[in-house]
Design a protein around this ligand. Structure first.
Ligand SMILES: Cc1ncc(COP(=O)(O)O)c(C=O)c1O
Length: 448
């Protein structure tokens, strides 16, 4: 028995029954996470593993298609399905899925509190791994349900008085937008929405609207790090610095950057950051992360107080996660997800996403007459979220046509940013970008 008690799980070889074992074993089982989950007799040859391939590549090497095919094989996506909706929900790779399955079985076999004791240690391992991954300290990290919960913990935990003002980007998600309106109505402060000009061509153009909006009454500036509506990536570090110089707190919604790019929170300089494991992080569903800068922890009230809360947590982000009974297996699998990212290389993942997004944009330009991007073409101001429209496309029909006729999982929305959103991730290939652009081109002519 190890300190975590995790060997309990390794005694059940049936945990891997029915899976394409050879592929699973050979490609990833060199990793400690997989070794922790699976019995030793099913480990594969580490020389053939993805870990091995990644380890022998220089850090600056973005990986060739053969490498990324190996990565794609870590996901159980249905044959032929081209998933391009990472901004919404992502599949998990084998090691993460297996960790969740194995630990879930372990709980179902023996839900006694004695057996479940090990999960507090596993939760701390996940916290530690996440803190390292995000450039933060462990006691600045709370494990939440998702970005929605994290945003609401921040919004509900700050104290405001009438006359105070909160500045938000008008592209924020409802959980960092309407959630502020609801709070403002109750406490009598004001929420000011900022628009950025279309087609910004410099970092300064992206910072200026926010700087101009701040006043002596502004308490908080709340922004999506990268917009799920337009795909615009804000220069968050420069904006946070500018806000800090004016004594304004910064709340960054990282739903679209957690897992898709290198994020160093101490370097970024924000006061609060939120994310969801089930998006770009390809982690377990319904687990999220909330970062609160050390100095800000005492000033933020917990919205839910449950078992585990104590005054001793005054300066500890754990006070934001006394949320009652949780799915311990999923929380424990966060550490395995961090390990998956480390195995592949965080910078390499970011580069791959940008490469796929750039390829998608160029193929849309080539194949779709009149295509108009809401997302900047410049990689500096964008990431994996690609939003566009084109004449003649019936947006009402596009989602179903893309799915039923082209096997593409996309997103489509109306409103100011009306268009199609395609978000490539590490389980996609360059070939799929071509396929997606051709599929979009075939939609033209269906609509007005
Ligand atoms: C920017 C942003 N914030 C928050 C959320 C909410 O994420 P979740 O449903 O995982 O809480 C989303 C979801 O798409 C998002 O794009």
């Amino acid at each position: 028995m190890t300190k975590d008690g995790i060997q309990d799980i390794a005694q059940f070889p049936q945990d891997v029954e029915g899976l394409p074992r050879r592929r699973f074993m050979q490609q990833l089982l060199g990793t400690a996470a997989a070794a922790a989950v699976l019995p030793r007799h099913v480990w594969g040859d580490p020389a053939a593993s993805l870990e091995n391939a990644a380890r022998h590549m220089p850090v600056e090497d973005a990986g060739d298609e053969a490498f990324w095919h190996l990565v794609k094989n870590q996901f159980m996506l249905r044959e032929g399905l081209i998933m391009l909706n990472a901004a919404n929900l992502c599949p998990s790779p084998y090691p993460v899925q297996q960790m969740v399955f194995a630990l879930t079985r372990d709980i179902d076999r023996d839900p006694s509190s004695v057996n479940r004791r090990k999960f507090s240690g596993l939760r701390e391992k996940s916290r530690e791994a996440l803190a390292g991954y995000l450039g933060a300290d462990s006691d600045e990290i709370a494990l939440t349900r998702n970005t929605s919960e994290g945003n609401n913990i921040v919004i509900g935990g700050l104290t405001f008085k009438p006359g105070d003002e909160v500045v938000i980007w008008d592209e924020n998600h409802p959980t960092a937008n309407i959630a502020w309106d609801v709070r403002a109505e109750r406490y009598g402060f004001e929420v000011k929405r900022v628009k950025i000009p279309p087609a910004c061509e410099s970092v300064e153009e992206l910072i200026r609207p926010f700087r101009d909006a701040l006043s002596g009454r502004t308490r908080v500036l709340c922004l999506s790090h990268l917009s799920n509506l337009s795909g615009v990536a804000l220069p968050a570090q420069a904006i946070c610095r500018m806000a800090r110089e004016r004594g304004v707190l910064t709340h960054i919604d990282g739903a679209q950057t957690f897992g898709s790019q290198k994020v160093d929170l101490h370097d970024l300089g924000c006061d609060y950051y939120t994310g969801s494991a089930h998006k770009w992080f390809v982690g377990p569903r319904e687990v999220g992360v909330l970062y609160v800068r050390r100095e800000r922890i005492p000033g933020l009230w917990p919205s839910i107080v449950g078992v585990g809360y104590s005054q001793d947590l005054e300066e500890d982000a754990r006070k934001f996660e006394t949320l009652g009974q949780r799915d311990d297996a999923r929380i424990a699998a966060m550490a395995a997800t961090v390990e998956f990212h480390s195995t592949l290389g965080v910078t390499r993942i970011e580069k791959r996403i940008k490469r796929l997004a750039a390829a998608l944009k160029s193929r849309l330009l080539k194949h779709v007459p009149g295509v108009r991007f809401h997302t900047p073409l410049r990689p500096e101001d964008s990431g994996g979220v690609v939003v566009f429209s084109a004449p003649g496309i019936d947006l009402q029909k596009a989602l179903n046509t893309l799915y039923h006729e082209h096997s593409i999982g996309a997103a489509v929305f109306g409103g100011e940013q009306a268009g199609i959103r395609l978000c490539p991730h590490i389980y996609n290939t360059l070939e799929e970008m071509e396929h997606a652009a051709l599929a979009v081109s075939s939609l033209a002519g269906e609509g007005p």
